[in-house]
Write a protein that binds this ligand. Structure first.
Ligand code: UT7
Length: 325
């Protein structure tokens, strides 16, 4: 049975690291408040003129280098972002060009906000399983700092910029069980009726401006814990697995309290949770792959480990992926 195996990954973070104390100089907030309510201690913000495509390309090239491949080996670039360079074309086509794919394959963006990486992974996995492509670059990249209201302390302290990429490759090895390496299953959901809880108040067909984030934090928090616990349980039950089989929960990094509450519901001890929100803040579609790459690079995630990824974001959208690394 054909499987999509994650063969390499790479990340890019901007140079400018902004601590909570730095923010407290600009707006009425404090390191204490941000740390206690969210677990965030710092975030990286893109420099002037540093675009989502620049960060995505850097992450993609890092992943390609690790895999010993070039753009000519890739069949599709699927880029999850809510902060594209332009209304069109898709940021993914800029990446396709910059990594030297020429006219090979195809490239497009996916918009599912903080769930974007799970949606992109599911899409790439289905292209591979169907036999349409052999290798995909799946990227999460965001310049959230451009869609923040820097006078709104309830949102601007939460987000950061960055990018990370994973290369998926078709494999026919194994007996098609959950013991084989690769994407085991993906689970996607959305509920458009809840789109008013978290949104950007602008766009090409409405205001013709980019807009900034507005969020009902408490309600989003509540939905996040419920929906992510549900979808993670769905992923485990579908595959006849339990949380004891999982080596690492690699969750969307929005708020440490949300991650702790979700892990507790699943009876997953903190030692099995990859937590990077303290260093990166919420980087939306980039947050899961950034957490993944961080834990792969520091040696926590090892070949054969069972990873459970989950996210929830504006839409509302939510989803999970079970992957054997
Ligand atoms: O990526 C997916 C989408 N995002 C999320 O998952 C985020 C979900 N929501 C959250 O993480 C939390 O709701 C927040 C971190 C956004 C807020 O935490 P909270 O515990 O829900 O705080 P709150 O909004 O109830 O605010 C409590 C107090 C308020 O003051 P009063 O009304 O009690 O006097 C706020 O004005 O904290 C105040 N506050 C701040 N104080 C200092 C809000 N933001 C700040 C701030 N610094 N940055």
């Amino acid at each position: 049975m054909r499987r999509s195996v994650m063969i390499a990954c790479g990340k890019y973070l901007p140079r400018n690291c902004v601590t909570n104390a730095d923010l407290a100089k600009r707006i009425e907030t404090s390191d204490d408040w941000i740390t206690q309510r969210t677990g965030i201690r710092q975030r990286y913000l893109a420099g002037e003129g540093e675009l989502t495509s620049d960060m995505a390309t850097a992450a993609a090239l890092a992943a390609l280098e690790k895999a010993g491949l070039t753009g000519r080996d890739i069949d599709a670039v699927i880029l999850a972002t809510t902060t594209p360079d332009q209304t069109f074309p898709a940021t993914a086509v800029t990446v396709q060009d910059r990594i030297g794919m020429g006219d090979r394959g195809f490239a497009f963006d996916i918009q599912a906000v903080c769930s974007g990486f799970i949606y992109a992974l599911a899409t790439a996995d289905n292209f591979i399983k169907s036999g349409q492509i052999k290798r995909a670059l799946v990227i999460g990249a965001e310049r959230m700092s451009n869609i923040l209201d820097w006078n709104d302390r309830t949102t601007c302290v939460l987000f950061g910029d960055g990018a990370a990429a994973v290369i998926l490759e078709a494999s026919e090895e194994g007996a098609g069980t959950t013991a084989d390496r690769g994407v085991i299953s993906t689970h996607l959901h959305s509920e458009g009726a809840q789109r008013g809880l978290l949104f950007v108040n602008g766009g090409p067909s409405s205001t013709q401006t980019t807009g900034v984030i507005e969020m009902n934090g408490k309600e989003v928090f509540r939905h996040a814990v419920t929906r992510m616990s549900e979808v993670v349980t769905e992923a485990l039950v579908t595959n006849g697995l339990s949380s004891a089989d999982v080596q690492w929960l690699v969750p969307h990094q929005a708020n440490k309290r949300i991650i702790d509450a979700t892990a507790e519901k699943l009876q997953l001890p903190p030692e099995k949770v990859v937590l990077t929100v303290s260093e990166h803040g919420n980087t939306s579609a980039a947050s899961i792959p950034l957490a993944l790459v961080t834990a792969v690079e520091d040696g926590r995630i090892k070949r054969g480990d069972l990873l459970l990824m989950e996210a929830m974001g504006g839409g509302l959208t939510w989803g999970a992926a079970l992957v054997r690394w």
